[in-house]
Design a protein around this ligand. Sequence first.
Ligand SMILES: [Zn+2]
Length: 222
Amino acid sequence: MQIQIDKLVRSRRKTIALIIERDSSLTVRAPMRVSSDAIEAFVHEHAAWILRKQDAIKAVVDIPSRQYVDGETFLFLGSSYDLKLVRPQRPSLNFDSGFYLSYTAQKKGAQVFTRWYKERALDVISARVAEFAKQYGFSPKQVKISSAKTRWGSCSPDGTLNFTWRLVLAPLDVIDYVVVHELAHLRVRNHSQKFWRVVESILPEYKIQRKWLRVHGEKLTL
Ligand SMILES: [Zn+2]
């Protein structure tokens, strides 16, 4: 995925520095004469480090505000659904145009919801990957679901595609964008013009979804 530079500060310094702020935003300090292409390339080279730092901060800042009580709302495929507590049932969480959670599982709400989202994410995302792969001739090795907080997807050198379960909270067209983005990395590993042309040839409007993720990405959580 592409890394967003939240703030760029030019100064008389001689080297580029990356600073992860307390709110996990990325500040880049750069010399006056360094081109924006060179800055982008530097940020891209350090993408794994940046994401790791940002995830670490978000994990600390994330105060669990959920109580898992009647009337709380949860996202699924871009829509918001009410939670209702019900008598003990198996599995303890069911979905039918709304979420139904055994009151006995209330204390384990986060765990139960996370498991449910992971299962749905695997179903939904695998199906989308298979669909685009078939239609556009990609050969991904397999699909894996992660718990990453800022990294929506990634493409391993062996052709395994990884997606965070949080994506299944987003609308399907946003999921499709991340799926196509990672599939496109099977053809072009970097974020060059050539890469974006592959994405655009499949999803001409992909910039809308990419922007949606930047604006709403933080809401895709419990
Ligand atoms: Zn990417």
